[in-house]
Design a protein around this ligand. Sequence first.
Ligand code: PLP
Ligand code: COI
Length: 362
Amino acid sequence: MIEFEIQLAEQRKSAQEREALLADPGFGQVFTEHMITIEWDADRGWHDAKLRSYGPLSLDPATKVFHYAQELFEGLKAYRQPDGSIVSFRPQANAARFNTSCDRMAMPRLPEETFVKALELLVDADRDWVPTREGHSLYLRPFIIATETGMGVNYPSTKYLFCVIASPSASYFSGAIKPVSVWLSRDYTRAAPGGTGFAKCGGNYAAAFVAQQEAVAKGCDQVVWLDAAEHRWVEEMGGMNLFFVYGTGPDARVVTPPTAGTILPGITRDSLLKLAPELGVPVSEEPISVEQWRDDVASGALTEVFACGTAAVITPVGRVKGEEGEFTISEEGGPVTMRLREELVGIQYGRRPDPYGWITRL
Ligand code: PLP
Ligand code: COI
Protein backbone atom coordinates (compact mmCIF):
# COMPACT_ATOMS: atom_id res chain seq x y z
CA MET A 1 0.00 0.00 0.00
CA ILE A 2 1.07 3.59 -0.60
CA GLU A 3 3.11 5.15 2.23
CA PHE A 4 1.74 8.30 3.81
CA GLU A 5 4.02 11.15 4.84
CA ILE A 6 2.84 12.53 8.17
CA GLN A 7 3.12 16.30 8.64
CA LEU A 8 1.32 17.19 11.86
CA ALA A 9 -0.01 20.74 12.17
CA GLU A 10 2.27 23.10 14.05
CA GLN A 11 -0.52 25.38 15.19
CA ARG A 12 -3.16 23.54 17.22
CA LYS A 13 -6.26 24.96 18.85
CA SER A 14 -6.34 24.99 22.63
CA ALA A 15 -8.62 22.48 24.36
CA GLN A 16 -10.85 25.38 25.31
CA GLU A 17 -11.17 26.66 21.73
CA ARG A 18 -11.91 23.15 20.53
CA GLU A 19 -14.55 22.54 23.18
CA ALA A 20 -16.25 25.82 22.23
CA LEU A 21 -16.44 24.68 18.60
CA LEU A 22 -17.65 21.21 19.57
CA ALA A 23 -20.42 22.57 21.79
CA ASP A 24 -22.67 23.49 18.89
CA PRO A 25 -21.04 22.38 15.64
CA GLY A 26 -24.06 22.37 13.30
CA PHE A 27 -23.51 20.31 10.13
CA GLY A 28 -20.42 20.77 7.96
CA GLN A 29 -19.44 24.13 9.45
CA VAL A 30 -16.46 23.31 11.65
CA PHE A 31 -13.34 21.51 10.37
CA THR A 32 -10.53 19.71 12.14
CA GLU A 33 -6.82 20.56 12.02
CA HIS A 34 -5.66 18.04 9.42
CA MET A 35 -6.55 16.67 6.02
CA ILE A 36 -5.36 13.91 3.72
CA THR A 37 -4.16 14.55 0.19
CA ILE A 38 -3.05 12.00 -2.42
CA GLU A 39 -2.18 12.86 -5.99
CA TRP A 40 -2.62 10.88 -9.15
CA ASP A 41 -1.21 11.30 -12.62
CA ALA A 42 -1.12 9.05 -15.63
CA ASP A 43 2.64 8.34 -15.29
CA ARG A 44 2.94 7.72 -11.56
CA GLY A 45 -0.53 6.57 -10.56
CA TRP A 46 -1.32 7.39 -6.90
CA HIS A 47 1.59 9.18 -5.21
CA ASP A 48 2.48 11.87 -2.67
CA ALA A 49 0.10 10.66 0.02
CA LYS A 50 0.12 13.05 2.97
CA LEU A 51 -1.52 13.78 6.25
CA ARG A 52 -1.08 17.53 6.58
CA SER A 53 -2.52 20.68 8.13
CA TYR A 54 -6.03 21.57 7.05
CA GLY A 55 -5.83 24.53 4.70
CA PRO A 56 -6.58 26.04 1.31
CA LEU A 57 -5.65 24.34 -1.94
CA SER A 58 -3.97 26.45 -4.59
CA LEU A 59 -5.27 25.71 -8.09
CA ASP A 60 -4.89 27.35 -11.48
CA PRO A 61 -8.15 29.00 -12.61
CA ALA A 62 -8.07 26.76 -15.71
CA THR A 63 -8.12 23.57 -13.61
CA LYS A 64 -10.59 21.13 -15.16
CA VAL A 65 -12.74 20.63 -12.06
CA PHE A 66 -13.78 24.32 -12.14
CA HIS A 67 -15.08 24.06 -15.69
CA TYR A 68 -16.36 20.55 -16.20
CA ALA A 69 -17.15 19.45 -12.64
CA GLN A 70 -15.15 16.26 -12.84
CA GLU A 71 -15.48 15.66 -9.11
CA LEU A 72 -17.11 13.23 -6.73
CA PHE A 73 -17.28 12.63 -3.01
CA GLU A 74 -18.23 10.29 -0.19
CA GLY A 75 -19.71 10.86 3.24
CA LEU A 76 -19.38 8.75 6.37
CA LYS A 77 -18.98 9.27 10.08
CA ALA A 78 -16.66 8.40 12.96
CA TYR A 79 -18.53 7.63 16.17
CA ARG A 80 -17.27 7.83 19.76
CA GLN A 81 -17.91 4.58 21.67
CA PRO A 82 -18.82 4.29 25.35
CA ASP A 83 -15.20 3.26 26.16
CA GLY A 84 -13.83 6.34 24.39
CA SER A 85 -12.60 4.48 21.30
CA ILE A 86 -13.62 5.58 17.80
CA VAL A 87 -15.22 3.55 15.03
CA SER A 88 -16.70 4.10 11.62
CA PHE A 89 -19.62 2.36 9.97
CA ARG A 90 -18.96 0.23 6.86
CA PRO A 91 -16.09 2.36 5.47
CA GLN A 92 -15.30 -0.40 2.97
CA ALA A 93 -18.76 0.13 1.48
CA ASN A 94 -18.00 3.82 1.00
CA ALA A 95 -14.66 2.90 -0.58
CA ALA A 96 -16.44 0.55 -3.00
CA ARG A 97 -19.10 3.16 -3.88
CA PHE A 98 -16.34 5.76 -4.35
CA ASN A 99 -14.80 3.52 -6.98
CA THR A 100 -18.13 2.88 -8.70
CA SER A 101 -18.55 6.65 -8.92
CA CYS A 102 -14.97 6.97 -10.22
CA ASP A 103 -15.75 4.53 -13.04
CA ARG A 104 -18.76 6.60 -14.11
CA MET A 105 -16.80 9.86 -13.99
CA ALA A 106 -13.76 8.46 -15.86
CA MET A 107 -11.57 8.98 -12.80
CA PRO A 108 -8.93 6.60 -11.42
CA ARG A 109 -9.97 4.07 -8.77
CA LEU A 110 -8.37 4.34 -5.34
CA PRO A 111 -7.49 1.01 -3.67
CA GLU A 112 -10.05 0.36 -0.91
CA GLU A 113 -7.33 -0.17 1.69
CA THR A 114 -5.81 3.24 0.86
CA PHE A 115 -9.23 4.88 1.23
CA VAL A 116 -9.73 3.28 4.66
CA LYS A 117 -6.12 3.99 5.73
CA ALA A 118 -6.62 7.67 4.85
CA LEU A 119 -9.64 7.78 7.19
CA GLU A 120 -7.73 6.02 9.96
CA LEU A 121 -4.80 8.44 9.77
CA LEU A 122 -6.99 11.52 9.70
CA VAL A 123 -9.14 10.37 12.63
CA ASP A 124 -6.02 9.41 14.56
CA ALA A 125 -4.49 12.86 14.10
CA ASP A 126 -7.75 14.59 15.04
CA ARG A 127 -9.06 12.21 17.73
CA ASP A 128 -9.89 15.05 20.09
CA TRP A 129 -12.31 16.40 17.51
CA VAL A 130 -14.57 13.36 17.59
CA PRO A 131 -17.55 14.52 19.67
CA THR A 132 -18.47 12.60 22.78
CA ARG A 133 -22.14 13.55 22.79
CA GLU A 134 -24.38 10.84 21.30
CA GLY A 135 -26.02 12.05 18.12
CA HIS A 136 -22.89 14.02 17.30
CA SER A 137 -20.06 12.52 15.27
CA LEU A 138 -17.09 13.37 13.11
CA TYR A 139 -18.37 13.59 9.54
CA LEU A 140 -15.69 12.43 7.08
CA ARG A 141 -15.74 13.81 3.57
CA PRO A 142 -13.43 12.08 1.07
CA PHE A 143 -13.48 13.65 -2.40
CA ILE A 144 -11.57 13.65 -5.66
CA ILE A 145 -11.15 16.47 -8.16
CA ALA A 146 -9.70 16.74 -11.67
CA THR A 147 -6.55 18.89 -11.37
CA GLU A 148 -5.24 19.03 -14.92
CA THR A 149 -4.90 22.60 -16.17
CA GLY A 150 -6.57 23.22 -19.51
CA MET A 151 -9.99 23.47 -21.00
CA GLY A 152 -9.96 20.67 -23.53
CA VAL A 153 -13.16 18.73 -23.16
CA ASN A 154 -12.52 15.78 -25.42
CA TYR A 155 -10.71 13.69 -22.81
CA PRO A 156 -10.84 13.35 -19.01
CA SER A 157 -8.23 14.96 -16.78
CA THR A 158 -4.85 13.27 -16.61
CA LYS A 159 -4.28 14.48 -13.02
CA TYR A 160 -6.36 14.16 -9.86
CA LEU A 161 -6.29 15.07 -6.21
CA PHE A 162 -7.92 12.86 -3.59
CA CYS A 163 -8.59 14.64 -0.33
CA VAL A 164 -10.28 13.83 2.98
CA ILE A 165 -11.50 16.49 5.37
CA ALA A 166 -13.35 16.00 8.65
CA SER A 167 -16.07 18.00 10.32
CA PRO A 168 -17.45 17.49 13.83
CA SER A 169 -21.18 17.61 13.31
CA ALA A 170 -24.56 17.41 14.93
CA SER A 171 -27.20 15.69 12.84
CA TYR A 172 -28.14 17.24 9.51
CA PHE A 173 -31.63 18.17 10.67
CA SER A 174 -31.30 20.30 13.77
CA GLY A 175 -33.30 19.81 16.93
CA ALA A 176 -35.27 16.79 18.06
CA ILE A 177 -36.32 14.03 15.67
CA LYS A 178 -39.17 15.89 14.14
CA PRO A 179 -40.74 14.87 10.84
CA VAL A 180 -39.71 16.79 7.74
CA SER A 181 -42.06 18.05 5.06
CA VAL A 182 -41.30 17.26 1.42
CA TRP A 183 -42.07 18.85 -1.94
CA LEU A 184 -42.68 16.59 -4.97
CA SER A 185 -40.62 18.07 -7.77
CA ARG A 186 -42.42 17.83 -11.15
CA ASP A 187 -40.47 20.51 -13.01
CA TYR A 188 -36.97 19.28 -12.41
CA THR A 189 -35.24 15.93 -12.88
CA ARG A 190 -32.34 14.69 -10.78
CA ALA A 191 -31.32 11.63 -12.75
CA ALA A 192 -32.22 9.81 -15.94
CA PRO A 193 -31.31 6.29 -17.08
CA GLY A 194 -27.73 6.29 -18.32
CA GLY A 195 -26.93 9.45 -16.34
CA THR A 196 -25.04 9.89 -13.08
CA GLY A 197 -27.81 9.31 -10.50
CA PHE A 198 -26.06 6.32 -8.94
CA ALA A 199 -22.74 8.17 -8.64
CA LYS A 200 -21.98 10.58 -5.84
CA CYS A 201 -20.73 13.35 -8.12
CA GLY A 202 -21.01 17.00 -7.16
CA GLY A 203 -22.88 17.81 -10.37
CA ASN A 204 -25.94 15.89 -9.13
CA TYR A 205 -26.08 18.21 -6.14
CA ALA A 206 -25.37 21.39 -8.15
CA ALA A 207 -28.34 20.61 -10.38
CA ALA A 208 -30.54 19.95 -7.33
CA PHE A 209 -30.21 23.31 -5.58
CA VAL A 210 -32.86 25.02 -7.68
CA ALA A 211 -35.41 22.31 -6.82
CA GLN A 212 -34.44 22.50 -3.16
CA GLN A 213 -34.99 26.27 -3.33
CA GLU A 214 -38.40 25.60 -4.85
CA ALA A 215 -39.22 23.15 -2.04
CA VAL A 216 -38.33 25.78 0.57
CA ALA A 217 -40.35 28.42 -1.30
CA LYS A 218 -43.33 26.03 -1.10
CA GLY A 219 -42.86 25.79 2.65
CA CYS A 220 -41.18 22.36 2.66
CA ASP A 221 -37.89 21.16 4.14
CA GLN A 222 -36.73 18.93 1.30
CA VAL A 223 -37.36 18.00 -2.29
CA VAL A 224 -38.43 14.49 -3.32
CA TRP A 225 -37.18 13.48 -6.75
CA LEU A 226 -39.41 11.58 -9.15
CA ASP A 227 -38.39 9.58 -12.21
CA ALA A 228 -37.27 11.46 -15.32
CA ALA A 229 -39.73 9.98 -17.84
CA GLU A 230 -43.12 10.31 -16.11
CA HIS A 231 -42.42 12.37 -12.99
CA ARG A 232 -44.55 9.85 -11.22
CA TRP A 233 -42.32 7.21 -9.59
CA VAL A 234 -40.69 8.15 -6.30
CA GLU A 235 -36.89 8.04 -6.34
CA GLU A 236 -35.14 9.70 -3.39
CA MET A 237 -34.46 12.98 -1.59
CA GLY A 238 -31.55 15.40 -1.99
CA GLY A 239 -29.24 13.48 0.31
CA MET A 240 -31.34 10.57 1.54
CA ASN A 241 -33.13 7.43 0.40
CA LEU A 242 -36.82 6.87 1.16
CA PHE A 243 -38.60 4.02 2.92
CA PHE A 244 -42.35 3.37 3.17
CA VAL A 245 -43.85 1.40 6.06
CA TYR A 246 -47.01 -0.58 5.35
CA GLY A 247 -49.17 -1.99 8.14
CA THR A 248 -48.58 -1.83 11.88
CA GLY A 249 -47.27 -3.98 14.72
CA PRO A 250 -46.38 -7.55 13.73
CA ASP A 251 -47.85 -6.95 10.24
CA ALA A 252 -45.55 -4.04 9.43
CA ARG A 253 -43.31 -4.30 6.37
CA VAL A 254 -41.09 -1.78 4.60
CA VAL A 255 -40.73 -0.92 0.94
CA THR A 256 -38.06 1.15 -0.79
CA PRO A 257 -37.75 1.93 -4.51
CA PRO A 258 -35.19 -0.17 -6.43
CA THR A 259 -32.06 1.90 -7.17
CA ALA A 260 -31.93 0.96 -10.89
CA GLY A 261 -29.14 3.36 -11.85
CA THR A 262 -30.94 6.61 -11.06
CA ILE A 263 -30.91 6.46 -7.25
CA LEU A 264 -27.82 6.69 -5.06
CA PRO A 265 -27.36 3.25 -3.46
CA GLY A 266 -27.24 4.44 0.14
CA ILE A 267 -25.23 2.49 2.66
CA THR A 268 -27.83 3.29 5.30
CA ARG A 269 -30.49 1.98 2.89
CA ASP A 270 -28.54 -1.22 2.33
CA SER A 271 -28.02 -1.64 6.09
CA LEU A 272 -31.73 -1.24 6.79
CA LEU A 273 -32.59 -3.79 4.12
CA LYS A 274 -30.49 -6.24 6.15
CA LEU A 275 -31.43 -5.02 9.64
CA ALA A 276 -35.22 -4.75 9.32
CA PRO A 277 -35.87 -8.47 8.59
CA GLU A 278 -33.77 -9.35 11.66
CA LEU A 279 -36.20 -7.26 13.69
CA GLY A 280 -39.16 -9.09 12.17
CA VAL A 281 -39.97 -6.42 9.59
CA PRO A 282 -39.94 -7.85 6.04
CA VAL A 283 -38.45 -5.64 3.30
CA SER A 284 -38.95 -5.34 -0.43
CA GLU A 285 -37.66 -3.16 -3.22
CA GLU A 286 -40.65 -2.02 -5.27
CA PRO A 287 -41.48 1.04 -7.34
CA ILE A 288 -43.98 3.35 -5.67
CA SER A 289 -45.87 6.11 -7.45
CA VAL A 290 -46.98 9.42 -5.96
CA GLU A 291 -50.64 8.41 -6.48
CA GLN A 292 -50.06 5.19 -4.58
CA TRP A 293 -48.28 7.14 -1.82
CA ARG A 294 -51.27 9.51 -1.47
CA ASP A 295 -53.96 6.80 -1.77
CA ASP A 296 -52.26 4.33 0.57
CA VAL A 297 -51.87 7.02 3.24
CA ALA A 298 -55.55 7.94 2.79
CA SER A 299 -56.66 4.30 3.15
CA GLY A 300 -54.47 3.80 6.21
CA ALA A 301 -52.41 1.03 4.55
CA LEU A 302 -49.25 3.18 4.43
CA THR A 303 -48.50 4.08 8.02
CA GLU A 304 -45.03 5.68 8.10
CA VAL A 305 -42.47 7.16 5.72
CA PHE A 306 -38.88 7.95 6.55
CA ALA A 307 -35.72 9.18 4.88
CA CYS A 308 -32.30 7.72 5.63
CA GLY A 309 -28.69 8.57 5.00
CA THR A 310 -25.40 9.09 6.77
CA ALA A 311 -25.97 12.76 7.51
CA ALA A 312 -29.72 12.50 8.13
CA VAL A 313 -29.58 9.11 9.94
CA ILE A 314 -33.29 8.16 9.93
CA THR A 315 -35.71 11.03 9.75
CA PRO A 316 -39.50 10.69 9.57
CA VAL A 317 -41.38 12.32 6.70
CA GLY A 318 -44.49 13.99 8.08
CA ARG A 319 -46.12 15.98 5.28
CA VAL A 320 -46.10 15.73 1.49
CA LYS A 321 -46.89 18.63 -0.82
CA GLY A 322 -47.11 18.85 -4.58
CA GLU A 323 -48.84 20.86 -7.28
CA GLU A 324 -52.02 18.83 -6.78
CA GLY A 325 -52.28 19.41 -3.05
CA GLU A 326 -50.88 18.05 0.16
CA PHE A 327 -51.42 15.35 2.75
CA THR A 328 -50.08 14.45 6.18
CA ILE A 329 -48.63 11.10 7.15
CA SER A 330 -47.94 11.77 10.82
CA GLU A 331 -46.99 14.48 13.27
CA GLU A 332 -44.26 12.37 14.80
CA GLY A 333 -41.92 9.49 13.92
CA GLY A 334 -43.85 6.19 13.86
CA PRO A 335 -42.91 3.07 15.84
CA VAL A 336 -41.19 1.20 12.99
CA THR A 337 -39.16 4.29 12.02
CA MET A 338 -38.06 4.85 15.59
CA ARG A 339 -37.25 1.19 16.22
CA LEU A 340 -35.05 0.95 13.13
CA ARG A 341 -33.40 4.21 14.06
CA GLU A 342 -32.69 3.03 17.59
CA GLU A 343 -31.20 -0.22 16.33
CA LEU A 344 -28.99 1.41 13.69
CA VAL A 345 -27.79 4.21 15.95
CA GLY A 346 -27.26 1.65 18.73
CA ILE A 347 -24.84 -0.30 16.53
CA GLN A 348 -23.03 2.86 15.43
CA TYR A 349 -22.57 4.18 18.97
CA GLY A 350 -21.58 0.80 20.38
CA ARG A 351 -24.67 0.27 22.52
CA ARG A 352 -25.84 -2.73 20.51
CA PRO A 353 -23.94 -5.79 19.31
CA ASP A 354 -22.65 -5.69 15.72
CA PRO A 355 -23.46 -9.12 14.28
CA TYR A 356 -22.83 -7.94 10.72
CA GLY A 357 -19.24 -6.75 11.17
CA TRP A 358 -20.22 -3.23 10.12
CA ILE A 359 -18.09 -1.50 12.70
CA THR A 360 -14.43 -0.74 11.91
CA ARG A 361 -12.18 0.62 14.65
CA LEU A 362 -10.25 3.69 13.57
N1 PLP B 1 -29.11 9.73 -1.66
C1 PLP B 1 -28.30 10.79 -1.87
C2 PLP B 1 -28.56 11.64 -3.07
C3 PLP B 1 -27.26 11.08 -0.98
O1 PLP B 1 -26.47 12.12 -1.15
C4 PLP B 1 -27.07 10.24 0.15
C5 PLP B 1 -26.01 10.52 1.11
O2 PLP B 1 -24.93 10.05 1.01
C6 PLP B 1 -27.93 9.14 0.31
C7 PLP B 1 -28.93 8.91 -0.61
C8 PLP B 1 -27.76 8.18 1.45
O3 PLP B 1 -26.58 7.44 1.32
P1 PLP B 1 -25.80 6.89 2.59
O4 PLP B 1 -26.78 6.13 3.38
O5 PLP B 1 -24.72 6.06 2.02
O6 PLP B 1 -25.29 8.08 3.33
C1 COI C 1 -24.34 12.12 3.43
O1 COI C 1 -25.30 11.76 4.09
O2 COI C 1 -23.19 11.74 3.64
C2 COI C 1 -24.52 13.06 2.33
O3 COI C 1 -23.68 13.10 1.50
C3 COI C 1 -25.73 13.87 2.30
C4 COI C 1 -25.54 15.33 2.02
C5 COI C 1 -24.95 16.11 3.14
C6 COI C 1 -24.92 15.60 0.70
